[in-house]
Design a protein around this ligand. Structure first.
Ligand SMILES: Cc1cc2nc3c(=O)[nH]c(=O)nc-3n(C[C@H](O)[C@H](O)[C@H](O)COP(=O)(O)OP(=O)(O)OC[C@H]3O[C@@H](n4cnc5c(N)ncnc54)[C@H](O)[C@@H]3O)c2cc1C
Length: 431
């Protein structure tokens, strides 16, 4: 019987262990926490968006980096297979807006319990409070795992295969502290620099702080990136005269102002298109349902209805009250000015501002606030058909530790389920 070690009892680790045990291997999971799935517990605001019910073909368009690497894993164990697994094991699911799939109970703990029950039923040995320090290899083949179990002396145990499912480095309090990157590097792998993704933006504009807590639904957002380098900028300016720059992301939804900048689902999705070494600019469309012309008519109507009112007193129908002082300030129009004195040019610029509220991105928040880590073990050194290392025989990777990341919507967990399943089956099959 083949002896397999799985490092990490998260989504990828449990799925890998289950698949390997069901393929007749003897499996041990090493988990530094005292319980399984600590990160799964906080997913989907405690409801766990377990997968997405989109078509498999559509799935790949939500994968931001290295979608092609995932073809075998996804076709081997797709979203339907994941949903079948949970349904068959008594955890009923429902599909919500955007094809997002959740447990009917709205409790992520039901996902963890269902999976963990299946893992133990399949005979997997799970060691909690156990930290793996290193993975050893000999003659190009994985040989052993060195670990410490709950204050016991450090132990070295031999295994035929090791599946690294240690996650990324985001929300490190859940146990994902980047240990897998260290193991991979020590065994000769390249690790693409880990960066926070699905993460809020920090902005230069200090007025965001004044709007802290203000959530805006149904707004549009465009993210533009420009090269930072001045010399390059000049070349770009010449080019841009001919060609208008395109947003790297354009979306619609809900956002939130915070003391440091902007957050909320729309901003998190935009963040996976952001490049740290480039100058980021966001434009918020506060009235995406109206064209500039329609909005101008609407503003003009408001002006006509309140002819003798001052500018500051006719904006209540356009914006939430918290936003009014900021919009007045940015418009440059005297708040006391009677609306019948506002010039056509001032009104036109005001309409443009409503359609393109500008924000300068100075960076992202840290890993502590990032839903996922982008970067990780390079896919060039992993066989996509098996998840086995191309450098060390018997070494496998699954889940967020790999350089693959997706948008929000249940896709990141699907990556963990699919790569975990493929790694487990492959590790068991290889002899
Ligand atoms: C707040 C939040 C909400 C999210 N919501 C969703 C969502 O709704 N839908 C979705 O698809 N994705 C969501 N994600 C992303 C998703 O949770 C992750 O992509 C996924 O859990 C990654 O699974 P994993 O098994 O690869 O890694 P992890 O879940 O991070 O598991 C890694 C495990 O390895 C253990 N470990 C690490 N190093 C060692 C070591 N040296 N020894 C022993 N054990 C070790 C850790 O303790 C941990 O338990 C969310 C993430 C966050 C932070």
């Amino acid at each position: 019987m083949k002896k397999i070690a799985v490092i990490g009892c998260g989504a990828a680790g449990m799925m890998a262990a289950l698949a390997a045990a069901e393929s007749s291997s003897s499996v041990t999971i090493f988990e530094k926490n005292s319980k399984p799935g600590k990160k799964i517990y906080i997913t989907g605001k405690g409801r766990c968006n377990v997968t997405n019910a989109c078509s498999v073909e559509d799935f790949f368009s939500y994968v931001k980096r290295n979608p092609r690497f995932l073809y075998s894993a996804i076709y081997d164990f797709d979203n339907t297979a994941v949903m079948d697994f949970f349904e068959k094991n008594g955890c009923h699911l429902k599909t919500e807006r955007g094809d997002r799939v959740f447990p009917v109970s709205d409790h992520s703990s039901d996902i963890i319990n269902t999976l963990y029950r299946a893992v133990t039923k399949a005979g997997v040995n799970v060691l909690f409070n156990t930290t793996v320090y290193s993975v050893e290899s000999m003659g190009g083949k994985v040989s052993a795992v060195v670990y410490e179990n709950d204050g016991e002396p450090v132990t070295r145990e031999e295994f035929d295969s090791v599946i690294v499912c240690t996650g990324g480095v985001s929300y490190p309090s859940t146990g994902s502290t980047g240990d897998g990157y260290k193991f991979a590097k020590e065994l000769g792998h390249t690790v693409v620099t880990p960066l926070p993704s699905l993460v809020p933006f920090e902005t230069k504009e200090s007025w965001c702080k004044d709007l802290q807590g203000l959530s805006l639904r149904n707004v549009g957002l465009k993210l533009f990136l420009e090269k930072n380098d001045d010399a390059q900028k000049k070349t770009d300016e010449t080019k841009n005269k001919k060609k208008k720059s395109k947003p790297v992301y354009e979306g619609f939804g809900e956002m939130l102002f915070t003391h440091f900048g902007i957050s909320g689902p729309l901003v998190l999705t935009a963040s996976c298109h952001y490049e740290k070494n480039m100058q980021g600019k966001v434009f918020i469309d506060l009235k995406p349902a109206l064209t500039e012309e329609q909005l101008d008519k609407r503003v003009l109507r408001d002006f006509e209805e309140g002819l003798n009112k001052s500018f500051k007193n006719i904006l209540g129908g356009l914006f939430p009250s918290k936003l009014i002082p900021v919009m007045i300030e940015l418009s440059g129009i005297d708040p006391e000015k009677k609306v019948n004195e506002v010039t056509r040019e001032e009104r036109s610029n005001f309409v443009k501002l409503i359609k393109n509220l500008p924000l300068t991105i100075t960076g992202t928040r840290s890993f502590n606030e990032a839903i996922i880590t982008r970067g990780g073990v390079s896919v060039k050194e992993i066989n996509p058909s098996t998840m086995e290392s191309k450098l060390v025989e018997g070494l496998y990777f699954a889940g967020e530790v790999i350089d693959v990341d997706t948008e929000t919507g249940g896709f990141n967990l699907q990556v963990a389920w699919s790569t975990g399943h493929l790694a487990g089956v492959s590790a068991s099959a290889a002899f």
